[in-house]
Write a protein that binds this ligand. Structure first.
Ligand code: FES
Length: 78
């Protein structure tokens, strides 16, 4: 599903960015990871929801994966 129509990126690209990049904590960092910048900003809430979903699901996931490691590191840094 396209999340950002201005920059044309999908929820899969957001999830891939979260799984492969350390320390992504905000929609602004997601834009930077994907090589773009917010334009109209309508997608920021959706990106935040994906961030929250990935971080929440990783906290409960027993399987080691890059996204789980990211979540663990982010929680430890807080
Ligand atoms: S829809 Fe993402 S910046 Fe406009």
């Amino acid at each position: 599903m396209i999340v950002c129509s201005c920059n044309v990126f999908s929820d899969h690209q957001v999830r891939d960015a979260l799984a492969s990049t350390e320390g992504v904590r905000s929609p602004g960092e997601v834009y930077r990871c994907l090589g773009c910048a917010p334009q109209c900003g309508r997608c920021a809430r959706t990106i935040r929801a994906i961030l929250d979903q990935v971080q929440g699901s990783c906290a409960a996931c027993p399987v080691e994966c890059p996204a789980a490691n990211l979540s663990t590191r982010m929680l430890a840094a807080e």
